[in-house]
Design a protein around this ligand. Structure first.
Ligand code: ZN
Length: 438
């Protein structure tokens, strides 16, 4: 069996991946807060963990993976957006979750096994908060419930921040009711007009971090194999998830491997983020005529832990490489993936190496299957070059020549017939094939 190695943020090194139960590999990735359109930087973790999911299924079996990606559908940014539009929060979250799924679908991201929603797990969150109060790790103050950071001697193991950074990261709102400035909110009060739920501590709503701990416990168990997300989630979000879960579960670790992807930036700019205003969305890029698969290829062109600089040149280069790969793949049916591509992905998801190895594959069937492992080369040749006029016809003619060379005459005749149906005649001569419109 292929040995997968993953860089574990907790261990600060690459480790052999050994799932607790190879028949049920568990992975949780923090998903979107649905109050606006995702930008291409938000798409990076979705694409990266989609490739990891494909690799895990390839190695452990199609039904071996339980992959959960949550939807944060209660949050102060959602409440603000709903107020600004004068609609219920659900109108905002339903709209932007739908857009998120459309955008990620266009990038070839398969839906996760489970997509739990925060608002569907309020009871589980309340139960976990009550347990944390019982164990002495949380306390009620002024309608809030807070996690008491000094009560957990292992707090900080994941992010390894110093205390000042932890306090800054706790995003102090009103510090008066906190026992310690680093304490973070598990539950907060909602006023009468605000979305809220009844709880032992009054009507309110959860803090952000508790939802993931409660949903992981509900759907995947106390300790999962892989917890993933962007680098920016290590602190405070994942540190807080880890503390909550560990304290609620008698010290059981939340995850056995912590996997984090790097940032995406605009060429010559900082990290792409809504607050900096330097964002470009998949929706805009698709509307500009770029194919989703080209954007996916571009997102996988750098190693997931490295920063990725987004540019028009990167998109153009990705398009031309994919055009070439599609010409090589022709209309062959997928066979088995090339071991060199599997090995590149198994080595901490080395997608740049895997992509370069695609170019060296000569067998069209192997190329198709190897591309599929990366979520690429899934279109027919004709569909890929659709709307590109002569470039598409040239590609089909080249694919027919390849098919003839490997004595796949059925495929070659299929291409000739397809073009004939469009009024295009092929003439084979000693210098190759020329085509003309009738
Ligand atoms: Zn989370």
């Amino acid at each position: 069996m292929t040995r997968i190695r993953l860089h574990d943020t907790m261990a600060r090194e690459k480790r052999d991946f050994v799932p607790a139960d190879p028949a049920r590999v568990t992975m949780y990735v923090c998903g979107p807060t649905v109050y606006g359109r995702a930008h291409i930087g938000n798409a990076r973790p979705a694409v990266v963990f989609d490739v990891l999911a494909r690799l895990l299924r390839h190695v452990y079996g199609e039904d071996s993976l339980v992959y959960a990606r949550n939807v944060t559908d209660v949050d102060d940014k959602i409440i603000e957006a709903a107020r600004a539009e004068g609609v219920e929060p659900a109108a905002i979250t339903e709209r932007y979750e739908r857009h998120y799924l459309e955008d990620m679908g266009a990038l070839g991201v398969q839906p996760p096994t489970i997509a739990p929603h925060a608002t569907g797990h309020i009871g589980e969150m309340i139960a976990m908060i009550a347990r944390l109060i019982e164990t002495g790790n949380a306390y009620e103050a002024d309608g809030h419930v807070l996690f008491n950071v000094p009560s957990d001697p292992d707090y900080g193991a994941l992010g390894r921040r110093d205390r000042e950074a932890m306090i800054a990261g706790a995003r102090v709102e009103i510090a008066a009711y906190k026992k310690d400035p680093a304490d973070f909110v598990l539950w907060k009060p909602s006023d009468a007009e605000m979305i809220g739920w009844d709880s032992p501590w009054g009507r309110g709503r959860p803090g952000w971090h508790i939802e993931c701990s409660a949903m992981i416990e509900t759907h995947l168990g106390e300790t999962i194999d892989i917890h993933g997300g962007g680098l920016d989630l290590i602190f405070p979000h994942h540190e807080n998830e880890l503390a909550q879960s560990r304290c609620a579960h008698q010290g059981a670790p939340l995850a056995r491997y912590w996997v984090h992807n790097g940032f995406l930036s605009m060429a010559g700019s900082e990290k792409m983020s809504k607050s900096l205003g330097n964002v470009v969305t998949p929706a805009e890029l698709l509307a500009a005529g770029h194919k989703g698969e080209v954007l996916r290829f571009a997102l996988l062109s750098a190693h997931y832990r490295q920063p990725l600089e987004w540019s028009e040149a990167l998109i153009a280069q990705s398009k031309s490489t994919l055009d070439r790969l599609y010409r090589s793949a022709g209309d062959a049916a997928p066979g088995e993936p090339d071991p060199s591509v599997v090995d590149a992905l198994a080595d901490d998801l080395n997608t740049p190496l895997a992509l370069s190895r695609l170019s060296a594959i000569e067998d069209a069937r192997v190329l198709r299957a190897s591309g599929a492992l990366l979520g690429l080369l899934g279109d027919s040749l004709s569909a890929w070059f659709q709307g590109e006029g002569d470039a598409r016809i040239d590609a089909l003619v080249a694919a027919r020549a390849d098919a003839k060379q490997r004595r796949d005459f059925a495929a070659a005749d299929g291409i000739r017939a397809e073009l004939a149906g469009e009024g295009i005649v092929l003439e084979d001569g000693p210098g190759g094939t020329v085509w003309r419109r009738t």
